[in-house]
Design a protein around this ligand. Structure first.
Ligand SMILES: [Zn+2]
Length: 121
């Protein structure tokens, strides 16, 4: 998570995603780091590490892609909102669980003590 946080600190919007050692940043309001990562991924079974819990757009795209089996995120959506960031309150787990038939994607919070600092204003 340290390398991700360092990359995100240099970006205009402090959000970054990492898959297989490659780091991706937000490029626009629609091209979040996770979306950019997905466009660059080949194959299946990847772990995606992100500085914040994926928003509903990104989490749905992660499920639709079929390329990612595990997501590790730092700062949670409730924490982003608490810190004053404009964000949908729909949690990533709720997006995953809304698909039928269900596709299992492991969702784990890792290192919020490192990433929360990115989002403090
Ligand atoms: Zn997103």
């Amino acid at each position: 998570m340290e390398a991700l946080v360092a990359a995100a600190r240099k970006a205009p919007w402090p959000c970054a995603a990492e898959v297989d050692g490659a780091i991706y940043l937000n490029e626009s309001p629609l091209r979040h780091a996770e979306m950019v990562a997905l466009e660059n991924l080949e194959g299946v079974g990847h772990t995606m590490r992100v500085t914040a819990e994926p928003c509903p757009m990104c989490m749905a795209a992660i499920v639709w892609s079929g390329k990612v089996e595990r997501v590790e995120y730092g700062t949670s959506i409730p924490r982003l909102i608490e810190l004053g960031h404009w964000q949908s309150s729909i949690r990533a787990a709720d997006v995953i669980n809304s698909f039928a038939p269900r596709r299992t994607i492991e969702l784990v919070q890792v290192g919020p003590e490192l990433t929360d600092a990115l989002y403090r204003r």
